[in-house]
Design a protein around this ligand. Structure first.
Ligand code: GAP
Length: 446
């Protein structure tokens, strides 16, 4: 039975420890000491992230007939990044401490006179620009002609293909192009687990609208859709805000901008940016490539450059949000009537890496084990399932910690009357259900 516990926010240390212990997130190349800003996703993390991406994809692409799918290459022609402005202007201002040699983002320093790492006073170099694009070289020569970049955003792949896509898909604005893919930024100070990293995934929707005066309407519609999306996966509305950028905070070409922010253990942080980018991107690519990317508007019989509404969500940051938001610790009374702490991830059942765990009450009873394994096997094509056996209290604790909404236990009664116990993660209520009804029971609740 759960008792009320005062609400306490999870710390970053607790989330980091749980993420590692249960196999959500590991430091990349950990056995070599790791590489700052790079992470690997363990068995549960890989599934959680995939579920989040699938949820975005399903709701943004599959459920809409005005959005088409896209998947562009990570390395693009270097001129792309000249046109987009990334070569000239995609930088942060950094300083180095001359004493400890550590490097900092200037705008992240609370005190610019003293190094936060070694405490030295007036030890910083002059602030200077640092371009965030990761460089690589393409082909057998490693001279400047081979210079290329790992894309810092997926969006440009969509812009340069705008004409290819609308012609092939037989679409005219208003319509959108969506893609999920890796992006790379050589962040000066990566940190906060998977919040600020150097390799991450973006889910970007580029929605093209004609210049018919309804563009701001389209912008607000996408903002509302994104609000609904976060709410539909249970992200708490008190910890999510849609911050409207003031004109001086927006890039000069943007007509409107909203940052979606979540209140993380260290404060508010951006998960997604929604922007009205006007014709800026297509104009830039037309200018540098000399190619016409306009479409022919049948109504006005003119060639038009569409306006662009962009929703750009970071999948790693969304995953961190889902983890932090789901985390709960409460005092419960255990089977022996003693108070105990319970850590539980209250994931939305659609996102849970495991949706139903099936247990055999005893390890050494072949009848029970076989029955439980058969039930798990029968549910597997329909849900994400896991089989386990042993001490039920310990099994519940483990499944609570990985956010499994339903635990099914096969016991001696099962052998007599084909019923099982289904325990609900959140209420900890236990129902006795006929085996034959399990699938329906879970379908209704996941
Ligand atoms: N195409 C628009 C664009 O890329 P952005 O605000 O620079 O806009 C969009 O990035 C989202 O990508 C951010 O809201 C964030 O979720 C994610 N993102 C950006 N840099 C990141 C980083 N270093 N680590 C993790 N996610 C990042």
């Amino acid at each position: 039975m759960a008792t009320t516990s005062p609400e306490r926010r999870v710390t970053l240390e607790e989330i980091t420890a749980l993420a590692k212990r249960r196999g959500f997130v590991f430091q990349s190349s950990e056995i070599y000491g790791g590489l700052a800003g790079f992470w690997d996703f363990g068995p549960l993390g890989a599934v959680l992230k995939r579920n989040i991406k699938n949820a975005w994809w399903h709701d943004t692409v599959e459920l809409r007939d005005d959005v088409v799918a896209f998947d562009s290459s990570i390395v693009m022609h270097p001129s792309t990044w000249e046109a987009s402005g990334h070569v000239a202007a995609f930088h942060d201002v950094m300083v180095d401490c001359r004493v400890c040699k550590h490097r900092f983002r200037y705008d992240h320093l609370k005190d610019t006179s003293r190094c936060p790492d070694c405490g030295s006073k007036n030890s910083f170099t002059e602030p200077r620009n640092f371009n965030l694009m990761l460089k690589t070289s393409v082909g057998p020569m490693e001279d400047t002609s081979a210079l290329a970049y790992l894309r810092p955003e997926t969006a440009q792949g969509i812009f340069v293909n705008f004409k290819n896509v609308y012609q092939a898909a037989r679409k005219r604005p208003p319509f959108g192009i969506a893609q999920i893919g890796k992006a790379f930024r050589n962040e000066i100070t990566p940190g906060n687990l998977i919040f600020r990293v150097r390799e991450f995934e973006q889910a970007e929707l580029e929605y093209f609208v004609p210049e018919d005066g309804k563009d701001m309407e389209a912008f607000h519609e996408w903002v509302e859709r994104r609000k609904t999306w976060y709410a539909s996966y249970g992200i708490s509305s008190e910890r999510l805000r849609f911050y409207e950028l003031k004109p001086e905070e927006r890039p000069h070409y943007a007509k409107a901008g909203i940052d979606v922010e979540y209140e993380f253990p260290w404060g508010w942080g951006e998960l997604e940016s929604i922007a009205h980018r006007g014709t800026y991107d297509l104009d830039a690519h037309m200018r540098i490539s000399g190619k016409d990317l306009r479409f022919f508007d049948e109504e006005t019989k003119t060639h038009q450059t569409p306006l662009l509404i962009e929703s750009s969500a970071g999948m790693d940051r969304t995953m961190l949000t889902v983890l932090v938001d789901a985390y709960d610790r409460e005092q419960v009374v255990d089977q022996n009537g003693k108070p105990a702490d319970r850590t539980v991830l209250r994931f939305h059942p659609k996102l849970s890496p495991v949706q139903a765990a099936v247990f055999s009450l005893a390890r050494n009873k072949p009848d029970l084990v076989e029955r439980a394994r058969n039930i798990e096997r029968a549910l597997r094509p329909h849900f994400r399932t896991q089989y386990d056996e042993g001490n039920i209290g310990a099994l519940y604790r483990r499944q609570d910690e990985i956010g499994t909404p339903f635990c099914i236990t096969v016991d001696y009664e099962t052998l007599d009357d084909a019923s099982v116990t289904v325990r609900d993660r959140d209420s900890m209520r236990q129902d006795r259900i006929g085996e034959a009804h399990l699938r329906n029971y879970l379908e209704e609740r996941t």
